[in-house]
Design a protein around this ligand. Structure first.
Ligand code: SF4
Length: 272
């Protein structure tokens, strides 16, 4: 295992440049506030790089198989963003203002393409407490039921952040999300995928983004185009992209930011 190097702070492009209001005071930052249960959201520690021969890489799975649960083993699949230090509980700005945020966590690598640039350095290795939900028909059945319940509970709107770990694992699973967006008008989605354009899954995701750009805000990881991508950079690395303000201290968390759904511009994340 090799610790990856962190260097000085990166030059951040201001959120003002895309028409969002200037970041407010860092409310809750450092003590969690009402948006998060957790303390500092600074990128912490060094990410692990697994050897190419590590069984998790060879077999395509998490290094923490004991943290993978069948859907019936957990109380719910969709978890409030308040439990995630970078997400937050309720959106405070933009067109999704007032909408509660929920997250879904799948098994890293088992649901991801081997082409992912972070295949050997996935931050799942730094998340020993995350509950990964095993993917498959049971996940899809329970997920649909929970989305229907969220639609009933939050008819004005709610947000699902895909995926804290893991990825869109099949075209059928992508179709489930497209069908859900049609069936549940209150549903909005944001997140990132390592699926690539030109693959069946990547093209299916892109088609949903194109059809529902204001409700299915998925960025393609590793794509450094001006729009539609997300890239990982080292701290201090110069970039033409907007650096995630939750990492630079410009905002508290996703709930108080909104860039990922208010803008199409590619977002840069500091490696952590
Ligand atoms: S840019 Fe904003 S919305 Fe996107 S991940 Fe960072 S804090 Fe969350």
């Amino acid at each position: 295992m090799v610790a990856l190097k962190s260097v000085e702070a990166a030059r951040a492009v201001s959120a003002d440049g895309i028409g969002l209001s200037a970041p407010g005071p860092r409310k809750g930052y450092g003590h969690g506030g009402s948006q998060r249960r957790f303390e500092s959201i600074e990128a912490r520690g060094s990410r692990l790089r697994l050897a190419d021969t590590h069984p998790a890489l060879v077999e395509g799975r998490t290094i923490m198989p004991a943290r993978v649960f069948e859907p019936h083993q957990v109380p719910r699949l969709l978890i409030s963003g308040v439990n995630s230090r970078k997400i937050g509980r309720v959106v405070t700005k933009g067109r999704w203002r007032g909408f509660p945020i929920f997250t879904l966590t799948l098994e890293e690598r088992a649901t991801c393409p081997r082409t992912c640039t972070e295949w050997a350095t996935c931050y799942g290795a730094n998340m020993p407490f995350a509950r990964r939900i095993a993917h498959g028909p049971e996940l899809e059945r329970v997920l649909w039921k929970e989305l229907a319940e969220k639609q009933a509970a939050h008819p004005r709107g709610f947000v699902v952040r895909l995926h804290i770990l893991g990825d869109f694992y099949s075209t059928d699973y992508i179709e489930l999300w497209e069908n859900a967006l049609d069936a549940f008008p209150a549903l909005n989605v944001f997140g990132y995928t390592a699926r690539q354009h030109g693959t069946a899954e990547g093209d299916a995701i892109a088609a949903v983004v194109q059809r529902l750009p204001d409700r299915f805000c998925i960025r393609f990881s590793g794509v450094a185009d001006p729009e539609g991508g997300s890239v990982v950079i080292e701290r201090g690395e110069d970039t033409a992209h907007i650096v995630c303000p939750a990492q630079t201290g410009g905002t508290d968390c996703c709930a108080t930011c909104g860039l990922c759904w208010q803008s199409r511009r590619t977002i840069a994340f500091w490696r952590h």
